[in-house]
Design a protein around this ligand. Structure first.
Ligand SMILES: C[S@@+](CC[C@H](N)C(=O)[O-])C[C@H]1O[C@@H](n2cnc3c(N)ncnc32)[C@H](O)[C@@H]1O
Length: 192
């Protein structure tokens, strides 16, 4: 696999702390890659969700499938591939330009992605780090569906990812365990 490993996985020191504090067995990750191996080694089950909005994503899915096939055979890994339609492609392009689209125009599609992703649940943690840029919206949808939610890149590009839109309910507390340039933020439910 080839991308900037140091930055792409800058969330790992924060997760190291999370894993020390909480007994985490099952992880849902939006966005797969080299970091998937970290979660596979640390937990008993990982479901990786890849939302395809460009040709590159197909190659990425195949690469990840090959890399983690032994874990799949062991029953430790599932890969869910969702082909994003025209609406998601358009919204994602807008996000990349820092232009937000009215949520009602695409919320149903994100809800469908989440519903499909819950197929292998329940999960202890959901990690939002996917290639499409509607990350804040997915964090909002995950509240009260997964007890620990994390998003990567929360320290950068607020207009692209929409970080200001995150609106946690009162039963979740926002936490950052490590300061790092790209930013790794957790929202943890009070009961955990
Ligand atoms: C930054 S990666 C992070 C994924 C995962 N959390 C990790 O740390 O490995 C997020 C997304 O970028 C896309 N991506 C990253 N590198 C890619 C590559 N070399 N080719 C195609 N897509 C890539 C994939 O859609 C992937 O899900």
């Amino acid at each position: 696999m080839s991308f900037d490993l140091v930055n792409a996985q800058s969330y790992i020191p924060s997760f190291d702390i999370l894993f020390e504090k909480y007994p985490i067995k099952r992880v849902l990750e939006f966005g797969e890659g080299e970091g998937t191996r970290y979660f596979l080694e640390k937990t008993s089950f990982v479901c990786s969700v890849e939302v395809i909005v460009s040709e590159n994503h197909y190659r990425w899915v195949d690469k990840c499938k090959e890399s983690y096939k032994a874990y799949k055979e062991e029953g430790k890994w599932e890969q869910i591939v969702i082909i994003g339609g025209e609406v998601l492609k358009k919204v994602d392009i807008n996000c990349q330009k820092g232009v937000q689209t009215e949520l009602r125009e695409y919320e149903v599609h994100l809800k469908d992605i989440l519903e499909t992703s819950m197929e292998y649940g329940p999960y202890d943690v959901a990690f939002v780090d996917y290639g499409i840029h509607m990350r804040a919206d997915m964090v909002n949808l995950l509240f009260n569906k997964v007890d620990i939610i994390c998003a990567h890149d929360t320290g950068v590009s607020p207009k692209i990812y929409g970080w200001d839109k995150i609106s946690p309910p009162n039963n979740y507390k926002r936490q950052q365990f490590k300061s790092e340039y790209l930013g790794t933020t957790f929202w943890i439910k009070d009961v955990v």
